[in-house]
Design a protein around this ligand. Structure first.
Ligand code: AMP
Ligand code: TRP
Length: 328
């Protein structure tokens, strides 16, 4: 089973990233043959960004992944721009991607609406680069959160169209979206997903937040005017907290509803905060030492890129040959 996923170098990752994606990566590394994880700096440049910050943030994200338990001996961890096959393949796949499909991408609609200066062509082409990321490794499985469902659907379509047009070359991947926690909602606006770029900091818990900050954010989480701790309509805030507690504590959501049947919202929020503090503590504790060694981070990324290239270059050779590109 070949497993691949990508994550943006936004530096501080939030609880949604951790629950929806990062904990799945850690679990995947011993199933994957291999499990490949890519920090996607080329995707990050499709919206406005500060070049001076990008490398620093990339190291921040790398260190979070390592602190969360990715082990460079048990998986392939690398920086997207180090493996040039991704960019070449994205161009080649552009010729089997429907413009109309790209036009329908939710993430493009959302992100383009929030750009103040420029909606780049890169942002429009972003899902094709994402398809190249996965297809270059002939991955079978892609662990992601709910918001990536449409992008995975598109890469499946691209792989199918490629195989139809040029012969069986690429593997059609499957998404792996967790049952609970695939869409962690903003604590202040629980009808919207927790996000790095949208909303106030009080609505998102960062993986590296101090205990005090975590308690404060859960303490002021928006709920509803009722008093029942259960999932249901008009209960987006409470339902979100139940999901978060379920993942952090390892208990089923039904069990949580039973356990807290007689509790008030205040006590419930406190229990969620306790559990999340404990859940994230190992990552926060391990982070500073890992982050302090930039040279070691670069060494890990370079080793990962070398290994990644081994897989990607093979696929590229097959794709070029199938498409009639380059010398025979
Ligand atoms: P990004 O930081 O945008 O690269 O996202 C990294 C991973 O986190 C992707 O697999 C997303 O689907 C996942 N993710 C992002 N936001 C959330 C959220 N609010 N809840 C669950 N998963 C999320
Ligand atoms: N677009 C993804 C996100 O915003 C990140 C990503 C890039 C990705 N390439 C990928 C995810 C390949 C899965 C597979 O989160």
């Amino acid at each position: 089973m070949r497993i691949f996923s990508g994550i943006q170098p936004t530096g501080e990752k939030h609880l949604g990233n951790y629950i929806g994606a990062i904990r799945q990566y850690v679990e995947a590394q011993d199933r994957g043959e291999p499990a490949v994880f890519c920090i996607v700096d080329l995707h990050a440049i499709t919206v406005s960004y500060d070049p001076k910050e990008l490398r620093k943030r990339l190291h921040d994200t790398t260190a979070i992944l390592l602190a969360a338990g990715l082990d460079p001996e048990r998986c392939v961890l690398f920086r997207q721009s180090d493996v040039k096959e991704h960019t070449e393949l994205s161009w080649l796949l552009g010729s089997v991607t429907a413009h109309g499909d790209l036009n329908r991408m939710h993430q493009f609609k959302d992100k383009s609406a929030s750009q103040k200066e420029l909606v780049s062509a890169g942002l429009f082409f972003y899902p094709v680069l994402q398809a190249a990321d996965v297809l270059a490794y002939r991955a079978n499985e892609v662990p992601v959160g709910e918001d990536q469902r449409q992008h995975i659907e598109l890469m499946r379509e691209i792989a199918r169209r490629f195989n139809e047009r040029f012969g069986e070359t690429l593997v059609v991947p499957e998404h792996r979206i967790p049952e609970v926690g695939a869409k962690v909602m903003d604590l202040q606006e629980p009808d919207r997903k927790m996000s790095t770029s949208v909303g106030a900091d009080s609505g998102r818990v960062f993986v590296l937040d101090e205990e005090k900050a975590i308690r404060k954010k859960f303490g002021s989480a928006v709920t509803d005017s009722g008093r029942e701790i259960r999932r249901g309509e008009d209960k987006a805030g409470i339902a979100n907290l139940i999901g978060v507690l379920s993942v952090a504590s390892g208990k089923a959501e039904d069990e949580i509803e039973n356990d807290f049947a007689d509790a008030g919202y205040g006590d419930f929020k406190k229990a969620v905060a306790d559990s999340v503090v404990e859940f994230l503590a190992p990552v926060r504790d391990a982070y500073p030492e890992i982050r302090a060694d930039d040279a070691e981070l670069e060494r890990i990324l370079a080793t990962g890129a070398e290994r990644a290239r081994g897989y990607a270059s093979q696929t590229l050779a097959d794709v070029r040959s199938a498409m009639g590109i380059g010398p025979p």
